[in-house]
Design a protein around this ligand. Sequence first.
Ligand code: ADP
Ligand code: MG
Ligand code: MG
Length: 250
Amino acid sequence: TALLQVKDLQVRVEEREILHGLSLTVNKGEVHAIMGPNGSGKSTLSHVIAGKPGYEVTSGEILFKGEDLLAMSPDERAAKGVFLAFQYPVEIPGVATMTFLRTALNAQRKARGESEYSTPDFLKKVREVAASLNIPQDMLRRGVNVGFSGGEKKRNEILQMALFAPSLCILDEMDSGLDIDALRVAADGVNALRSPERAMVVITHYQRLLNYIIPDVVHVMSKGRVVKSGGKELALELEASGYAQFEDAA
Ligand code: ADP
Ligand code: MG
Ligand code: MG
């Protein structure tokens, strides 16, 4: 079975329908890009998959590893292996990044019926993963995302992703607010986590990110639907011709 199956999904926010019958299938090992103009519903889709409150699913279903994802709480989804990197990471003053990571990781392990990491085991693991991503130790001692640059916030999310080892990573506009060097570092981090056991959904407005994270499949969203799917060349085509051609089709 596919890792993720979104079938004819209709979603409302505050009485307004935002997704109008969206379908998407992602197999493990694949990297999918979702492109589309602002307001086409890309973030809404990622929020509904992660289980963010405030969205009403009026029709359709989402299966994750064949199970009904919509019946699970956000924490259960995370424990099952769904990871969403937010477009705007939250700052948590007064909570050291290290403490946050440990609490979140242990909560997930507990939810999966696995034993929690001891302090030395956790420290060893987080240091290894941080080093592999070139994340300085001092970042781990600072408050979560407090005073982090755009690039540091992204690296912090990639660190979380590496620690949680999710089977589905959704990256919503991870390129927003990054200069080209920070983008490259973040993309390298994501590429390092590509694996045959893991799928990624990379949401982006611009083609640029896809020069660094090469997708297997590209989808174009317009007005709450997937209006076209293709290979990586579709992203280049869009860069040349823009989204206007799909506005009428939707
Ligand atoms: P994208 O990520 O593609 O830019 P979004 O999913 O953020 O698109 O938004 C899709 C549409 O849903 C937009 O018209 C937006 O105004 C609307 N929308 C999103 N979130 C809300 C909300 N919380 N309340 C009302 N409208 C919303
Ligand atoms: Mg937007
Ligand atoms: Mg968005």
